[in-house]
Ligand binder design. Structure first.
Ligand code: ADP
Ligand code: MG
Length: 619
């Protein structure tokens, strides 16, 4: 070492090195102290380094400060790896797009040059170059790189496609709906980068930890310096040295990086499998959740109800009349039931009269003026609140439909029942498996719905979960608050009409993150419309928490061992410092291991359609 060659100069070199490198940490210590956190890790570092200089261990002090800086560097390496993994998503977008010119000829351009409403041709085997809408053609699309959904989905005219998905079998003409910078993949990349860059959870952990660790280390050091000489008449110099050594060893480089490195890896691993988590705090909370509450419509079910029965209630009217009134009121509503009624009206070719003054009563009904009459469409309960409600025979009829898992709405003219419309919304293909996977993780699943008890039970019974039905939007919030009293709660919704519930839960998860709202409002989003993604999210979060625990265990364990051996005089400062370096490297490597995480919970095992499976993907 330097000191053996230049014994005298070396001391000064180390001294200067320490004093220079410690400046940024000192600044941070002062800033944190002024902000009300006097006992930060930085305070500990500075005290230890200055103490070490005081006992003539400038060399050790310099190395500790250096290692601390190296630790921060390694943290950046881990974060960089995670970021590279996320950036790899961008490489899913092909380098060329086949754009149709005005004369219908095809020209090859870079996707960044595509403008809104350009028409792009996608051949079988090609990756889609843009987010868009199919104008012509039918095909199975493999969206697995973005959504984690392994089964190709069949898409036809009017349906959306995402950049980066693979077109399996048909030629498609796609109209560009989002510029390259705003497409789904670009937004995922941006979101995850922001999530890993926000140092909030790290800072929280380190601050929480430092609040007791720093004063404890300083207190212990003080006792080591004072007690043996004062009580046992031991040598002052020996114990001052040991006390300051203790301070130096207590500097937790490995510990400080153990959390952020694991979280960055976890976020990245999830995003590449369609599990998007917006920050470490949410990732931590998901693994701790005791309960998952699901919204029914659009979350556990496909959200595409179809009208199954139309029942006229007055003499002289027919089904078409009932549908026409219902459709005219529902015209402006985006509720899944509204879409079902509009679709049924269009299918039967009924003329829909114009409505004015339409308004929604969330969780209950919609209402408008049609041809001078007040028409409302809403739950049977609302029919009873707003008017006379259903007569016993009709009520029995409605209850029978509900017991079949159908949702029944009442069409009212001037508050008097005019007809019934029943709709059925099928559970998602993997809903039962997804709930089962949660159960095997020991998480309680419950369905919250504004639909009535009978319909709710019929569907929940099939899927095997508990149900709370007949909830108005404010009741859902109250249920979530009650569940939260028993532990963290995840709320899963489609992110469109359940934003308040998503916000009220400990963690809000939006299913089918394709929509802007879902991506923006929830704490986490599942890119695929898979219920099983929720269990995968819990598993990922637990894997991350386990990784953090291993890291903290290694870091703290080594500290503890060397604290004892140093105090006992068995080892000097050097082995302790080297052990911390070793721990830093171990912790980084362990965190990077998480990048390879894959879900082990059941996926939807349905075989893809033969056409999709046999398609020449590599063509
Ligand atoms: P969910 O919890 O299943 O998502 P909502 O809270 O959105 O259900 O709605 C609860 C009930 O309110 C529906 O089952 C229906 O009876 C009634 N309702 C709400 N919106 C509408 C609408 N646009 N048209 C008809 N009925 C509606
Ligand atoms: Mg809903």
């Amino acid at each position: 070492m330097l000191s053996s060659v230049f014994p005298h100069e070396a001391h000064w070199i180390y001294l200067v090195a320490t004093l220079v490198t410690i400046v940024p940490f000192g600044r941070r210590a002062v800033a944190l102290a002024l902000a009300g956190t006097p006992f930060s890790i930085e305070t500990l570092m500075c005290a230890a380094a200055l103490g070490a200089v005081g006992i003539g261990a400038a060399e050790e002090a310099a190395v500790v400060v250096l290692l601390f800086a190296v630790g921060e560097l390694l943290e950046n390496v881990a974060a960089g790896q995670a970021r590279a993994g996320i950036r790899a998503l961008s490489s899913l977008i092909p380098r060329i797009a086949r754009r149709e010119g005005v004369a219908g000829q095809i020209e090859e351009v870079t996707p960044t040059l595509l403008r809104l409403d350009d028409i792009v041709q996608v051949r079988p085997g090609d990756r889609v170059a843009c987010d868009g809408e199919i104008v012509e053609g039918n095909s199975a699309l493999d969206e697995s790189p973005i959504t984690g959904e392994s089964v190709p989905v069949a898409r036809g005219p009017g349906e959306p496609v995402m950049a980066g998905s693979i077109n399996a079998d048909g030629v498609l003409r796609v109209r560009v709906t989002r510029a390259a910078a705003d497409n789904t993949v670009a937004r995922i990349v941006r979101l995850v980068e922001e999530a890993s860059a926000s140092r909030a959870p790290t800072q929280r952990f380190v601050e929480r930890f430092a609040r007791w660790w720093t004063p404890a280390a300083m207190g212990a050091a003080l006792l080591v310096v004072l007690v043996p000489p004062l009580v046992f008449d031991a040598n002052w110099w020996t114990w001052t040295y040991r006390g300051l050594a203790l301070l130096l060893i207590a500097c937790p480089c490995a510990l400080v990086i153990s959390v952020p490195a694991a979280i960055a890896s976890g976020l990245s691993a999830g995003a590449r499998r369609g599990l998007l988590v917006k920050g470490g705090a949410a990732l931590e909370a998901i693994g701790a959740a005791r309960t998952v509450a699901f919204d029914k419509t659009g979350t556990l079910t496909e959200g595409k109800p179809r009208v199954t029965d139309v029942v006229p209630l007055r003499d002289g009217t027919d089904e078409k009349r009932v549908l026409a009134y219902a459709a005219s009121v529902e015209e402006g509503s985006a509720h899944p039931l509204a879409l079902a009624i509009s679709a049924a009206a269009a299918e039967c070719g009924v003329a829909v009269p114009p409505a004015i003054d339409a308004r929604a009563i969330p969780g209950r009904a919609v209402q408008a003026m049609v041809g001078g009459r007040r028409i409302a469409v809403g739950s049977p309960r609302y029919a009873g609140e707003a008017g006379p409600g259903l007569d016993p025979a009709t009520l029995a009829r409605a209850e029978m439909l509900e017991a079949e898992g159908k949702t029944v709405v009442v069409v009212m003219v001037n508050e008097e029942p005019f007809g019934l419309v029943a709709m059925r919304d099928e559970p998602r293909a993997d809903a039962a498996a997804g709930i089962g996977a949660l159960r095997s993780l020991g998480v309680h699943a419950i369905m919250l719905t504004g639909d009535n008890e009978r319909t709710g039970r019929a569907i929940a019974g099939k899927l095997g979960l508990e149900v709370r039905a007949g909830l108005l939007p404010e009741d859902k919030l109250r249920e979530i608050a009650a569940l939260k009293a028993k532990g963290p709660v995840i709320m899963v919704g489609d992110g469109i009409n359940d934003a308040p519930a998503l916000a009220a839960a400990s963690v809000g998860v939006a299913l089918g993150g394709g929509t802007d709202v879902a991506l923006e409002t929830a704490d986490a989003a599942l890119m695929g419309e898979r219920v099983s993604g929720v269990a995968e999210l819990v598993a990922l979060s637990r894997a991350t928490l386990a990784n953090i625990q291993q890291n903290v265990g290694v870091a703290v364990g080594l500290k503890a061992v060397f604290l004892v051996t140093t105090l006992a005089g068995l080892t000097g400062l050097w082995p302790a410092i080297l052990a911390d370096t070793g721990a830093t490297v171990l912790v980084t490597l362990n965190a990077l291991r998480l990048l390879r995480w894959t879900p082990t919970t059941h996926r939807n095992k349905t075989e893809p359609a033969a056409t999709a499976a046999d398609a020449p993907l590599a063509a």
